[in-house]
Design a protein around this ligand. Structure first.
Ligand SMILES: C[S@@+](CC[C@H](N)C(=O)[O-])C[C@H]1O[C@@H](n2cnc3c(N)ncnc32)[C@H](O)[C@@H]1O
Length: 282
């Protein structure tokens, strides 16, 4: 694994959500939180080498946020430590996600839940981030059995795997990041499902291909221009889940989807994060 930066900060609980949102916006690979002795939270934020130093938290200084250390570490698999101590966790009413290393861990008992094994690697989407959890909850609620699904920005492939485990007929997933598409393939095999995966852009999809549902957990700034094309790939009455949105982006995100003919029919929130289920005209 490549070199990385670690930013250690003390954060009053009142501003935890907004500081965490800012760190995710600035490209953190993951956050570790612990209680500090003075009642604040000790947050360790990991970044690709060089990116941690560019994070500016000066706006929070007056609200009790304090930077304790900004360090750079040489190459190592820092997620190995996370995988070793991580525990399976439940999402929604039907899923259990296991982020541990599959070679080291016996699968947990999932009871009547669907078990997804998604070892924490660099590709986004172990299920611990709010935007992934919200998308999974909306996906579970709409019962995708029998649907053909497009997973835009598949990351770890977690949404693609969940859709297939919930009975989707077929899933096509893609990501700009070639490493993500590879890792998503490994995760699909681990979960005994077979989405069609590729690295690249929407434009690489076969012409004429249509879907019942699009899963889009991508920051609005990175996907807004592609919303009309995604909507154009949906069958009549097709639906989309849009996640990765902050509450402050609600109006512009919904305007982009409305411009493409889809209106919100449900939404879920966690802290500052918001996800929408959108539907086209039947
Ligand atoms: C927030 S992650 C979501 C990963 C996973 N789907 C989940 O829900 O956890 C967003 C992913 O979208 C990818 N991405 C960003 N812009 C994209 C675009 N225009 N087309 C395809 N993938 C994109 C990123 O590389 C990243 O892997």
């Amino acid at each position: 694994m490549s070199a990385y930066d670690r930013l250690t900060i003390l954060v009053p609980p009142a501003v935890e959500e907004s500081v965490a949102a800012e760190l995710w916006r600035r490209g953190t690979l993951g956050l570790e939180l612990a209680d500090a002795a003075d009642g604040r939270l000790r947050v360790e934020a990991y970044f690709p080498a060089g990116a941690g130093g560019a994070v500016d938290l000066s706006a929070w200084r007056g609200r009790g946020v304090e930077v304790v250390a900004a360090e750079t570490f040489a190459e190592r698999d820092w997620l190995a430590a996370y995988r070793a101590q991580a525990r399976p966790f439940d999402v929604g009413r039907r899923l259990r996600v296991d982020p541990r290393d599959p070679s080291a861990a016996t699968p947990p008992s999932a009871g009547d839940r669907v078990l997804l094994r998604i070892p924490a690697r660099t590709a986004f989407g172990t299920g611990s981030h709010e935007s992934t959890r919200l998308a999974l909850e909306l996906l579970e609620a709409l019962e995708p059995a029998g649907l053909e699904v497009l997973d835009v920005g598949t990351g770890s492939g977690i949404l693609a795997c969940a859709a297939l485990r919930f009975g989707a007929r077929a899933v096509v997933g893609f990501d700009l990041d070639p490493a993500a598409a590879l890792i998503a393939g490994q995760n699909a095999r681990l979960n005994a499902v077979a989405p069609r995966l590729f690295a690249g852009r929407l434009a690489a999809l076969r012409r004429g291909r249509r879907f019942d549902l699009a899963l889009v957990n991508v920051l609005p700034g990175k996907i807004r221009r592609e919303v009309p094309r995604i909507a154009g790939l949906l069958r009549r009455g097709g639906r989309a889940i849009s996640s990765g949105n902050l509450e402050g982006e609600r109006v512009s995100v919904l305007a982009a989807w409305a411009g493409a003919g889809l209106e919100p029919v449900a939404e879920r929130r966690a802290g500052e994060w918001i996800a929408f289920l959108l539907a086209g005209r039947p």
